[in-house]
Structures are given as C-alpha cells and as structure tokens.
Design a protein around this ligand. Structure first.
Ligand code: AMP
Ligand code: MG
Length: 401
C-alpha cells in the first residue's frame, strides 16, 4: 500500500465529522467547554449610569467655575441609591458603583474637593459626564458577544455571567475510549517481570485527549488475542472515538485490525508518510471512529497529537482551538527532510519580537519519552523540505494546551 500523506490522512479522519449534540450545563462548570449556540446578552451592562469614582455627584454647570461651594443633600453608595433629585447648587456624596442620582450629570472626584459639614468645595473643574459609566457602556441586552464554537476560558465565563447567563448550551464532551494491547504490558505502578514493560501510552494519550476537551474511558490492557481485544473494546461506553495503542502494524501479533474487522469495522488506512509513527489505522465501527495508534510510546503520542486531537476539536466544533498550528523561528539550521513528514520534538520559547524561537531536542530517537517530556511542541518538517537556515519560520504544533 502506498503511503498516505498526513494531509490526506487527516482529511479522511475529519471527513463527515459533525459536532457532538448540545447539552445544558451551569456557567460555573463551563471552563474549557465550547459554546453550541451564540450567546446574546440578556442584560445591559452597566445596568444604570454609575459612578466610576468616589466623590460627589453634581450638575456640570455648577463646577464650570471653581472653586464652587455646594450643599450636600444625601449619599449614594453601591447597592444604596439616592432617591431624591440633585438640583443646581447641590451635591450628593457618591461612591464607586452607585447609581448617579437624577439631576446630576457629573461626578467630581473626592481628591478635588474639601468637605466641611454639609457643604463641599469643589476645587477642580470637571467636564459634563466626567467619572460616569453610562448605562450600556459595556454591552446592551440583545448584543451577541460570544459566537457558537467559542471555547470558554476565564474571560468568556466572566462575560457570559455578566450577560445574565447561567445555564448555557455547550457541546457534549467527545467520548474517547482507550485500549492498550500487548502481552508484554503491565499497568503503571506494577514492577515489570522479564520481557515486560509498563504501559504508558494509554495515560499519555488519555491526558492529551482530556486537555483537548474530551472525556476519557480507560479500557485497560488487552492480551494479544482477538478475543481479549474484542471483549475489552465491547466495554466502551457510547464512545465517539475508540483508540487502540499497539498491535496496529502487520506483525503476527498485530491483531487489532483483524479483530475489529471481524466486528464489522471498515478499515480506512494503514500507513502514513510521517515520522515517527508510520503504521496507523483508522476506521469506523458503528457510530464510532476507530483510531489505531502505534505502540511505540513517542509515536503514539505524536500520532494522537496529529490526528486524534484535531478529531476531538472537530467534534467540539471549536472554531479557534488552542491546539492549532503556529509559527516559530528556527534557532538552529536543519538538514533537508526525507519523504515522510517529520515531527521533531522541540522546545519553543517566546522571544523579543513576538515570534517564538524553536529548537529541536538533542535526540529524535522515537523511544525517548524523557525528551518528549522536555519538548513543548512538535516542529513540522514537510516531506522533501530543503535544508533550513537558522532564523527561518517553521510550523509548530503546541503540545501544551
Ligand atoms: P506494537 O505496535 O504493539 O508492535 O508495539 C511497538 C512497541 O511499543 C513495542 O516495543 C511495545 O512494547 C511498545 N508498546 C506497545 N504498547 C505500549 C504501551 N501501551 N505503552 C508503552 N509501550 C508500548
Ligand atoms: Mg504489540
């Protein structure tokens, strides 16, 4: 089978993907979720003309000539409006956040005044409207301020709450079920016997999926038999994506594809022109997509980052995912690339001119989880890319999000 390009493989992975159904949750639980519908303001902010400072609410005409002596007729504090009217020659003591009383059109700040009993002397002129946040200064009822597909971070949550929302419609988290396969694997924390190795992929890939906004179900470690693979996969609970790690190549013990094909999976492809991680499987089983990641720990993380994370983002309908490709400036020269798209493990640091500077880690051996942990991005080298000089711009995929 000819090697598929990463681009073509990704297009096939994303083909026909529709966002997950909407569900309603409370705004206080919404961090990291993606809006299913545009959010329209239910309220106007500021809800009333409010004082922006501590001082005195006055009529501008009274403080056009200074010093001006005014009679203090009352007080307005946040949550405690003054219910009377401010007439010419009068002032109301006012605090930040209090409604500006009827009749007043300006607030003079406390620092520009001197109070004595029930009179105040204003020593600095203030133009009409000074120190007042007018009603609707931030937004008005009916304004659409957050569009569908917006990921809710702290700033969006503060805005949505101020807009008057509590229940909000977000995309259901995509459900990812993950199965490790291999007779040699023992669970994390267990001491490997002769010829055994700790299964690490399922946790790394699972954490990556969770960071992208998915719910993860771990299906454990399957022995290298068709029966165990099928039995464990059948425990997947309404998964949108079934992920297997290992056993996806063409060796005698690579049983994932035959086992799943016997269950009715349609297999979409096998081998992709990328490094690290050529053998990869993709298919459908009922409503679920199936992604068979390579067993090699670094390859499985790279393939998950390149194919699984965009699939999760598409299921979320996220319009500006934090996982999107970025640009960085090469710190060192690079050799020409071979025929496969190479994802170099690399460290990107911010630089003075705003463009991050990226350096590959010291070895690209695909077994090195220690260096994958040092990296914070994958530096993308397209197939056949010529040698690159230090200072050139290159695409990078962030690993931290
Ligand atoms: P496979 O794709 O099953 O041929 O596995 C390729 C290599 O990755 C072998 O050295 C496996 O021992 C290793 N491997 C497979 N699955 C895992 C896993 N879940 N965690 C860590 N290493 C794994
Ligand atoms: Mg195996």
């Amino acid at each position: 089978m000819a090697l598929l390009s990463v681009e073509e493989a990704l297009a096939r992975v994303l083909d026909g993907i529709a966002p997950t159904p909407a569900e309603t949750i409370m705004i206080e639980n919404a961090r990291g979720r993606v809006l299913a519908e545009p959010l329209r303001a239910l309220l106007t902010q500021s809800p009333f003309d409010a004082s922006a400072m501590d001082g005195y609410a006055v009529q501008a005409a009274d403080v056009a000539t200074i010093p001006a002596t005014l009679a203090i007729v009352g007080e307005a504090a946040a949550g405690h409006p003054f219910h009377g009217t401010v007439h010419a020659g009068q002032a109301v003591r006012i605090f930040t956040g209090a409604p500006v009383p009827t009749g007043a059109d300006t607030v003079v700040i406390q620092e520009d005044t001197a109070r004595s009993g029930d009179t105040v002397v204003v020593n600095e002129a203030e133009p009409k409207g000074g120190n007042i946040r007018t009603r609707g200064f931030d937004f008005r009822e009916g304004d659409v301020l957050l569009s569908a597909g917006r990921r809710l971070g702290p700033r969006e949550i503060a805005l949505a709450a101020a807009m008057g929302h509590r229940p909000i419609a977000v995309r259901r988290r995509p459900r990812v079920a993950i199965l490790s396969t291999g007779d040699e694997l023992v669970p994390p924390g267990a001491r490997p016997g002769p010829g055994q190795i700790v299964s690490s992929n399922h946790l790394g890939v699972g954490a990556l999926c969770e960071a992208a906004g998915a719910d993860v179900q771990q299906l454990g470690i399957a022995r290298d038999t068709r029966e165990d693979i099928v039995a464990r996969l059948s425990n997947a609970d309404g998964a949108d994506i079934l992920v297997t790690c290992g056993g996806a190549s063409v060796g005698d013990h690579d049983l994932v594809a035959p086992a799943l094909e016997a269950q009715g999976m349609s297999l979409a492809f096998w081998k992709i022109a990328l490094r690290p991680g050529k053998p990869m499987m993709f298919g459908r089983l009922g409503a679920a997509r199936v992604m068979g990641l390579p067993g090699n720990p670094v390859s499985s993380m790279v393939c998950a980052r390149v194919f699984l994370i965009p699939l999760i983002q598409a299921l979320l309908g996220d319009t500006a995912p934090p996982t999107a490709e970025q640009q960085a400036r090469l710190a060192v020269p690079l050799d020409a690339n071979g025929p496969r798209q190479h994802y170099l493990r690399a460290v990107s640091v911010s630089a003075g001119d705003g463009m991050p500077v990226v350096t590959p880690v010291r070895s690209q051996d695909s077994s090195l989880l220690s260096l994958l942990a040092e990296a914070n991005c994958l530096l993308v080298r397209p197939p056949g890319a010529p040698a690159a000089a230090a200072g050139e711009l290159v695409p990078v995929l962030p690993l931290d999000f």
